[in-house]
Design a protein around this ligand. Structure first.
Ligand code: AMP
Length: 419
């Protein structure tokens, strides 16, 4: 009979990596809250039109990567490929613009892209996202970068590089695109096939083509920062000033653009140094036009996203293991008349006091139960045999140092608390 496997590009998160996942998601949540960001979770699927309008036709996501379907009621829906458009939809739908500004939001959850699977690239992946909506001050751009930076730091990730650029706004970008087009047309025959197509559809993406020949060509291309209008140039200077104040090191990368249409002014990416700068663990930027594109008033906004699988890969590569804060497991060993009832009652009182407890199943010998307790990594064995049941006591064995003591069953929670 055919057996099943997880779909291509998806992964099971097995129990042994759950502590690492918990460490990463807890750190994300905690860092976001500490910077004044509130959690907002949106549905896993949205109207397809939201992403077509928000992310933009001509982007890889909309053109090639969306999981779109028509449901049984005839609605066109898409498994969310990114968070920003959905968070902006929620911001508009719930009138969050009427509250204090900027509206600072974060979310953590799964996203879906029909990407080509490889290390760190999946079809279902998790992101931590932060968005600050309703403020143009460059200090907000720096704060968003600071949240990302602190998140990585508190996880223990080191050797990260922050790449920064400004890609201007609808006022100044057309001038830049003219210059980029002119340069690229002059080198048309040297461009890869994809870039020859991009030149007409989305010329900005010529800058981040991964083909080495295109990269060499683009090293000599006009720079976005040489074409910024006064407002964008001032804004970019402001972002750099605040990054200096916050002590966050960065490098200007003139070829940095982002795969989504909605970015304006600031764009940034965080890259692990050892991968040769090939795959970002996080990135983001300013998207001052998106809310208006989704039907709201013109509203400046800035955000970032980081892929948690990539974060975990980098943590594993660097050998970072979270310290366990979970209390040790108590394994309740029982054998003899009346011992099973006492065992279940004891386990209940241990669990109610906040300790994890398991009770042995299947009438095994004491020796087999002890072996099982060790195999599960239990910290304690709480042993109940006939003599303990009659006396209302329990023998508590510390499985690390093998010290043993006998105590009344009613005192077990107090005893565990002392350790
Ligand atoms: P983006 O929304 O494309 O700017 O992506 C933001 C972050 O999400 C990236 O820096 C990655 O860490 C992560 N990411 C994007 N696509 C994938 C994917 N297919 N698999 C795993 N992580 C991803």
């Amino acid at each position: 009979m055919a057996t099943f496997q997880a779909p291509r590009g998806t992964a099971d998160i097995l129990p042994d990596v759950q502590p690492l996942w918990r460490f990463v998601t807890e750190t994300a949540r905690e860092v976001a809250l500490r910077h004044g960001y509130a959690r907002l979770d949106t549905p896993i699927f949205e109207a397809t039109g939201l992403f077509v309008r928000g992310v933009g036709e001509g982007t890889d996501i909309v053109d090639k990567e969306m999981y779109s379907f028509r449901d049984k009621g005839g609605d066109d829906l898409t498994l969310r490929p990114e968070a920003t458009a959905a968070l902006c939809r929620a911001y508009l739908e719930h009138g969050l613009q009427n509250g204090p500004r900027p509206v600072k939001l974060f979310t953590i959850g799964p996203f879906f892209r029909h990407d080509k699977p490889q290390a760190g690239r999946y079809r279902q992946f998790q992101q931590f996202n932060c968005e600050a909506i309703g403020e143009i001050d460059p200090a907000v751009d720096a704060e968003i970068i600071q949240v990302a930076w602190r998140f990585y730091r508190e996880l223990g990730l080191h050797d990260l590089a922050l790449a920064l650029n400004s890609i201007g706004c609808p006022k100044c970008r057309p001038n830049y695109l003219d210059a980029l087009r002119a340069y690229s047309e002059a080198h048309f025959d040297d461009l890869c096939h994809d870039c020859q197509g991009r030149l007409a559809r989305n010329p900005l993406r010529l800058l981040d083509c991964k083909n080495p020949r295109c990269q060499a060509l683009m090293a000599g291309a006009p720079k976005t920062t040489d074409y910024l209008c006064a407002e964008c140039a001032d804004h970019f200077a402001g972002v750099r000033r605040f990054l200096g104040i916050l002590g966050i090191p960065y490098q200007i990368d003139h070829r940095l653009v982002r795969g989504l249409d909605y970015y304006t002014k600031t764009v940034f990416e965080v890259l692990p140094a050892e991968t040769g700068g090939q795959s970002a663990i996080g990135g983001g930027g300013r998207y001052d036009g998106l809310i208006e594109q989704l039907g709201g008033h013109p509203t400046p906004a800035v955000g970032f996203a980081t892929g948690l699988e990539r974060v975990i890969l980098n943590l594993q590569r660097q050998g970072v293991t979270p310290e366990s804060t979970a209390p040790p497991l108590v394994y309740v060993v029982h054998r003899g008349a009346g011992a099973d009832e006492a065992a279940w009652q004891l386990a209940r009182s241990i669990r109610e006091a906040g300790w994890p407890a398991v009770v042995s199943f299947g009438g095994r010998s004491i020796k087999a139960q002890m072996r099982n307790a060790n195999a599960l990594g239990a910290g304690w064995a709480a042993i109940l045999q006939e003599n303990e049941v009659q006396a209302g006591t329990v023998t508590l064995r510390n499985l690390r140092d093998h010290a043993e003591e006998v105590l009344p069953q009613s005192k077990i929670a107090a005893r565990l608390r002392r350790d």
